[in-house]
Design a protein around this ligand. Structure first.
Ligand SMILES: NC(=O)c1ccc[n+]([C@@H]2O[C@H](COP(=O)([O-])OP(=O)(O)OC[C@H]3O[C@@H](n4cnc5c(N)ncnc54)[C@H](O)[C@@H]3O)[C@@H](O)[C@H]2O)c1
Length: 334
């Protein structure tokens, strides 16, 4: 059955954050949509992309009344839901914040959407839902046993989407991102978590002398060199997948889940070496204990997204990804 109503107005929760802003940028370049960004600006930057087609609203998803008022007063055809607290170690320390923000905030969002007849959503899920891998490459049907509260909140929201599809006809595409990384070549939007805890910007900050040393959390994982292995996917490739998802949600009634990664894993030591090569600078590092909640390895099998969405990552080399972040950091720290 076709979802005939043309998608024109898109609400992007968390659209002022790192990945959300990259998506807003790509979406705006299509010149096909009117964009509402909802963010509490706890992390994100207000008006990071300035254009007459983008409007920023300071709304916290935990504030049910404000959220309902917003959706009642605006015409929204689809929601791209990026807003979340998103740090694994922080979620282990402060699980209550994660449950309140990601689960209750997420539920408020779904409720407001259903009340106002908005039936399409794209959700930023995570590889953290899988937990410790049973196979080298993780497919979508891999068992889901998150090892930290953050991953658990993402899994709970995915389950909401399944139930809301059956009960209320809510259509959704959930993307399970592996490690989002890199920045847009325009260098207008960067990676700006506060505090920054993403490995590539932290490595670059260490190389540039902005941090004394880099801490390698764990050197006894069951991996080739004992350090954790991740699949690094460029933010622009994530943004492109969302554009394809809008197209699919335009024509189909669905509830689908896709991995987004490059199907290749890099260890922490691989990243240190490559960052030294790209920057031409030495990185001082020290091995420390593993952090609770960190799986040893997460590598995607993204073949389903290739096949069903026609998505293909363009940034397949870690060197390209590190270079985009390095260029951004150079421009923004000197
Ligand atoms: N960065 C990654 O590697 C990664 C990997 C997998 C999944 N994800 C998911 O992608 C999404 C975006 O991640 P990011 O790295 O851009 O994080 P980010 O912190 O840069 O962006 C999240 C944005 O959401 C906003 N926000 C958080 N809670 C909110 C609330 N209750 N109400 C309104 N706004 C709120 C923040 O202010 C921020 O602007 C998150 O859902 C995250 O879980 C990220």
């Amino acid at each position: 059955m076709k979802n005939k109503k043309l998608i024109k107005n898109i609400c992007v929760t968390g659209g002022a954050g790192y990945i959300g802003a990259h998506f807003v940028n790509k979406l705006n370049l299509t010149k096909k949509f009117y964009i509402y960004v909802l963010d509490n600006f706890q992390q994100g930057k207000k008006n990071i992309i300035k254009d007459k087609n983008i409007n920023y609203y300071n709304i916290d998803l935990k504030n049910k009344n404000k959220l309902n008022k917003f959706f009642k007063s605006k015409k929204v055809d689809l929601v791209a839901h990026f807003a979340a607290l998103a740090s694994v170690p922080d979620s282990v320390k402060n699980p209550a914040d994660y449950y309140a923000n990601n689960i209750i905030g997420g539920l408020n969002l779904l409720e407001a959407m259903i009340k106002n007849n908005i039936n399409k959503i794209i959700f930023s899920s995570s590889a953290a839902i899988y937990g410790e891998p049973k196979t080298k490459f993780i497919k979508e049907n891999h068992p889901k046993n998150p090892t930290n509260p953050y991953g658990y909140t993402k899994l709970v929201f995915e389950n909401f989407l399944i139930d809301y599809n059956k009960a209320y006809g809510l259509n959704s595409i959930s993307f399970r991102y592996f490690c989002a990384s890199g920045v847009d070549e325009s260098q207008t939007i960067g990676e700006y978590h506060n505090p920054e805890n993403h490995i590539i910007p932290v490595l670059i900050e260490t190389a540039l002398g902005l941090r004394k040393k880099f801490y390698v959390y764990g050197h006894n994982f069951p991996t080739k060199d004992g350090t954790g292995i991740r699949d690094y996917i460029h933010v622009n490739d994530l943004a492109e997948a969302h554009i394809l998802a809008i197209k699919k949600l335009q024509t189909k009634n669905i509830c689908e889940f896709y991995n987004l990664g490059i199907n290749k894993g890099y260890s922490v030591l691989d990243l240190i070496k490559t960052t030294e090569k790209i920057t031409g600078l030495k990185i001082k590092y020290e091995f420390v204990n593993r952090r609770p909640g960190d799986p040893s390895q997460l590598i995607a099998d993204s073949s389903l997204a290739y096949k069903k969405l026609g998505w293909q990552p363009k940034y397949r080399k870690i060197e390209q990804i590190i270079k985009t972040t390095f260029d951004y950091k150079l421009k923004n720290t000197t």
